[in-house]
Design a binder for this molecule. Structure first.
Ligand code: HEM
Length: 930
């Protein structure tokens, strides 16, 4: 209050002193209007959501006239705020010295507030659990005095579960003792009151109302109105879409040879792809490594036994079949077949009424997550009996993972994971690969990361053993829940316990790397750098304006009579101090978790948002550490998959692969940029006529099988503004004559050709997720007159739509639509996990483990030599892991600030996206290409 008064006084004094021209330049009037307008309320109805669009004064105060004019576009406002993009967004001069009132700080803090509002609304409107808890949740939400459920009978262990008695048979179950101590193989007892939550085999959740899923089944009148009878599993045709708008075009097709390159991996080979300037190929493989931890629909690499067609038949519903000439021209394959997805439930869902409105209690079809949903490194350590059997322990020290020394002078530390044995549970396609818990779609990047983290596991064990040797009687920090008051001395820790402690540490390290290293590089701008670090460790102390605003809202919620507000929103704002380790200082080991009234699992929409195949190039630019600037060969990715990955890693070594994948740019997530090799992937296990599949067409088919809403409704349901025609994708800031604009026009014309147009009917209401700005319902004509021809923008597959978002916030490798999916789910996988919140404490991790995670290793915090985008930064966590596990990389890694930024790129000024070499890498051949 006192502060506000001082600022008002200062502002008035400045006006009186004739500072008007200066004030105009800092949008003074708009800022005053914005400040006095107060905080916006969180929407009470989903149709009144924020949509990432602010008031005119707010936009001007944060981003000047450019931000104001942006408000009419479908895209989120904060991307045009001051300081939220590259150097050009920085407001220089004297105004920059006004501290948190400066234009740049207003812009960045404004963006952080917008992001926080989005998260609150997402937590409020986008949680739909498929395991039978939804009715209770919906009733609570509808009741102003409704409380938030925290315990659900659906998550009790069943009677035939081996731990049923331990958890307490009937009534309320509570995991205790050994079950609570470490991450369990199947993920049970992470939430001690809901043992089954997040465990292997639980249903995937949804982020959109069940009625909005499976639009092709036309579950209600609204869905029928939205799509007519235009969409289905194979309509519009997925292979036609893949070939028309996903294929990478080649300037010299003979040098690419459909992704197979040239004989002897000649450097003369070339496969064109659109390159992301600030993200490397390691980042592409990292995210595949992560997804294998979080979700899978396949069981041991299989779907159902029954095969189905994959398209290449007719463009759209009712069209004549493609002619042989068209098939030839497109390059698609009518004979391709794929196995159908497993479906957990497809009986009509039970319904219930709230008022007059009937609601489904789950989606029309559900599928289950075949791995644990927790961030528990289950791709390394296992998620069921079969996968656990593949994980090999060191026969000489069973706390360690088995690593085989390979090559002259090799040691355990530089060893490699053993390969699958005939006695291991396996799918024929995996023969010859490393024995890991999750072996599917194996490739050189997965092989690399699995080996690196196996080494890291063993390094932790070795360091722990050193402490045992040095000080056997000292307190390790660990506690046995059966004897919580008794210290566990170093010498008392068993091999099995040490193995599990190492798993906890490695999982938390991976979560940290993903949150503060991978994500900020993929979302390369200041607001998201701050937001991600805030998610992990809290940062708002540097942002008093946001902090003060949030504090006010927190207090407002805390005073609320409504327990939902007092807990749900309060917790959302509590992210200020950071989510990681929340509640770890309090006695209750699960007091820091929050499921926000809806049990945790990933939603099907999350899997859609992670279909990031365009990040892969077709050829890997291979290098040798002896001459890092030289590309010595171009290796087709297809020659580095499955068993060939294992051979390639062993033959050329982890250091050369790290260097090669670290220096090469990843593919941009955009149209016409999918790897050719994945459009023609050999799939012998299917025994189909072609023996191949088009993974891109499959991406679309799987999304349709799982009822992902089509793009426009997906945006509306996630609280983003809809598009009204394909032309809305075009970036209107581009000059009319620019080649980029011409390219975007060409691609939107393709979208029109594929998805088509129809004569609209105003009487048809197509959504209840949002309304028009004048409060009327959105109809089939999307603002155009009755019977006008409109684009079938409603039918666009979500994946196609978000790849077509040419407009993106600065530095976003992903689209703003995917970002919205991540804002919700990336926070939830931290908020819900006991081991990443209140159980992140020495009792579970040991003293060494807690420090290892907090300080990125055993030897204390290390600060980087130079600043990164104006911040003093610690040496990044993955860099520390690589320095430990592949010490040969030392000189190459020396200038690297973020392991996912191409290693030889000059990071330049504030969030630069330029592709230029850092000193010493001028001769690197990669800088000769665009
Ligand atoms: C050489 C590399 C890769 C190959 C051979 C490959 C292959 C495949 C195949 C065949 C499927 C379909 C499985 C099915 O539904 O039957 C798939 C699914 C998927 N891929 Fe890839 N992929 C590769 C790299 C990546 C990368 C880099 C990402 C990055 C995130 C990724 C993300 C996904 C996702 C999210 C799915 C869906 C999984 C699910 O439905 O549970 N893949 N991939």
């Amino acid at each position: 209050m006192k502060k506000t008064f001082i600022y008002c006084f200062l502002a008035t004094a400045l006006v009186v002193l004739g500072a008007y021209p200066f004030l105009k330049s800092i949008e003074f009037g708009s800022c005053l209007a914005y400040a006095f307008g107060g905080l916006r309320d969180v929407a009470t109805d989903r149709a009144d959501r924020f949509l990432g669009k602010v008031q005119e004064n707010t936009a001007r105060c944060r981003g000047g006239d450019a931000a104001t004019s942006w408000r009419t576009t479908p895209w989120i406002d904060w991307q045009l705020y001051r300081g939220a993009a590259g150097q050009e967004s920085i407001f220089g001069g004297i105004a920059d010295r006004l501290g948190f009132l400066s234009p740049n700080r207003r812009g960045i803090d404004g963006a952080l507030l917008d992001l926080e509002y989005q998260r609150i609304e997402l937590l409020k409107f986008n949680l739909f659990d498929n395991s039978g808890t939804y009715e209770e949740y919906a009733r609570n939400q509808n009741n102003p005095a409704g409380s938030l459920a925290r315990i659900w009978p659906q998550f009790r262990l069943p009677e035939d579960h081996q731990s049923y008695r331990v958890a307490g048979s009937d009534g309320g179950q509570k995991c205790a003792g050994e079950l609570t101590r470490f991450r369990t193989v199947t993920g049970i007892c992470n939430d001690i009151l809901n043992p089954l939550m997040g465990s292997t085999g639980q249903p995937f959740a949804r982020n959109t109302p069940f009625e909005a899923t499976f639009p092709d089944l036309a579950p209600d009148e609204i869905a029928k109105n939205r799509h007519g009878s235009r969409i289905g599993l194979l309509t519009p045709d997925p292979q036609v879409i893949s070939r028309k708008i996903f294929t990478r075009h080649q300037s010299s097709p003979e040098k690419c040879n459909n992704g197979h390159g040239l004989p002897n991996n000649s450097v003369e080979a070339n496969c064109d792809y659109q390159k992301a300037p600030h993200v490397n190929v390691l980042a592409a493989f990292w995210i595949q490594f992560m997804t294998h931890d979080w979700f899978s629909h396949l069981d041991e690499g299989h779907n159902q036994a029954e095969l189905m067609a994959m398209g290449c038949s007719a463009r759209r519903a009712g069209d004549t079949p493609l002619t042989p000439a068209e098939i030839e021209r497109l390059g698609c394959r009518p004979e391709d077949r794929i196995d159908k997805s497993f479906i957990a439930q497809d009986a009509p869902p039970p319904t219930f009424n709230i008022g007059y409105k009937s609601r489904m209690s789950r989606a029309p079809r559900t599928t289950s997550n075949r791995v644990t949903a927790w961030w528990d490194a289950s791709q390394i350590y296992g998620y069921d009996d079969n996968s656990r059997r593949r994980v090999k322990r060191d026969p000489r020290d069973s706390a360690k993972l088995q690593l085989e020394p390979i090559g002259a002078g090799a040691t355990g530390q530089s060893g490699y994971l053993p390969t699958l044995q005939s006695s291991d549970p396996q799918n024929l396609q995996w023969a010859g690969q490393e024995a890991v818990a999750f072996p599917d779609n194996w490739n050189i990047g997965l092989s690399f990361f699995h080996n690196v983290f196996a080494r890291e596991h063993n390094l932790f064990v070795e360091e722990f053993r050193r402490r045992v040797a040095d000080n056997p009687e000292a307190d390790s920090g660990l506690r046995n829940p059966a004897r919580p008051d008794q210290m566990t001395k170093y010498r008392e820790v068993t091999d099995e316990e040490l193995f599990e402690v190492a798993r906890l540490v490695v999982s938390a390290e991976i979560a940290k790397i993903h949150t503060i290293e991978w994500t900020p590089q993929m979302l390369y701008n200041e607001p998201l750098h701050l937001a991600m670090n805030a998610n992990w460790s809290g940062l708002l102390h540097n942002h008093p304006l946001v902090s003060a605003a949030l504090e006010k809202v927190v207090q407002r919620f805390a005073r609320s009579d409504n327990s939902r507000n007092a807990t749900q929103w309060y917790s959302a704002f509590a992210a200020g101090p950071g989510i990681f380790g929340l509640g770890s200082k309090k006695p209750d080991i699960s007091g820091g978790i929050n499921h926000f009234g809806s049990p945790f699992n990933f939603p099907e929409e999350f899997i859609n948002a992670y279909r990031l195949h365009p990040m892969l190039p077709d050829l890997i630019e291979f290098r040798d550490l002896k001459n890092p600037n030289d590309i010595t060969s171009k290796m087709p990715i297809v020659e580095t998959v499955r068993a060939k990955a294992t051979q390639a890693l062993r033959r050329y070594g982890t250091a050369n692969w790290a260097l090669s994948l670290g220096r090469q740019r990843a593919g941009k997530l955009t149209l016409q940029n999918h790897p050719l090799i994945l459009q023609n992937l050999e799939m012998p296990r299917l025994k189909s006529a072609t023996g191949k599949i088009d993974v891109m067409a499959l991406d679309l088919i799987r999304d349709r099988e799982r009822g992902i809403p089509r793009y426009n409704e997906y945006r509306r349901q996630y609280g983003l503004k809809q598009l009204t025609s394909f032309d809305d994708f075009i970036d209107l800031r581009l000059p009319m004559s620019s080649p980029q604009r011409a390219e975007q026009q060409k691609l939107t014309a393709f979208l029109r050709e594929i998805y088509g147009q129809h004569k609209c009917e105003v009487r048809k209401i197509i959504t209840d997720a949002q309304k028009n700005p004048d409060g009327t319902q959105i109809n089939d004509c999307l603002g155009r007159p009755d019977s006008a021809m409109v684009d079938n923008i409603e039918d666009v597959d979500a994946l196609v739509g978000w790849l077509a978002e040419f407009v993106r916030p600065h530095g976003l490798a992903i689209s703003e639509t995917q970002l919205q999916v991540f804002i919700l789910n990336a926070s939830r996988r931290l908020f819900s996990d006991r081991f990443l919140t209140s159980s992140f404490r020495p009792e579970y991790y040991s003293d060494l483990g807690v420090n290892w995670v907090n300080e990125n290793g055993p030897d204390g915090k290390r600060m980087g030599k130079s600043q990164s985008n104006g911040h003093e930064m610690e040496v990044s966590p993955l860099k520390r892991v690589l320095l430990r596990t592949i010490p040969e990389l030392k000189s190459e890694l020396d200038p690297v600030m973020n392991v996912f930024d191409p290693w030889a790129r000059d990071r330049g000024e504030y969030y630069s996206l330029q592709w230029k070499p850092r000193p010493g890498a001028e001769s690197d051949a990669a800088f000769k290409s665009k």
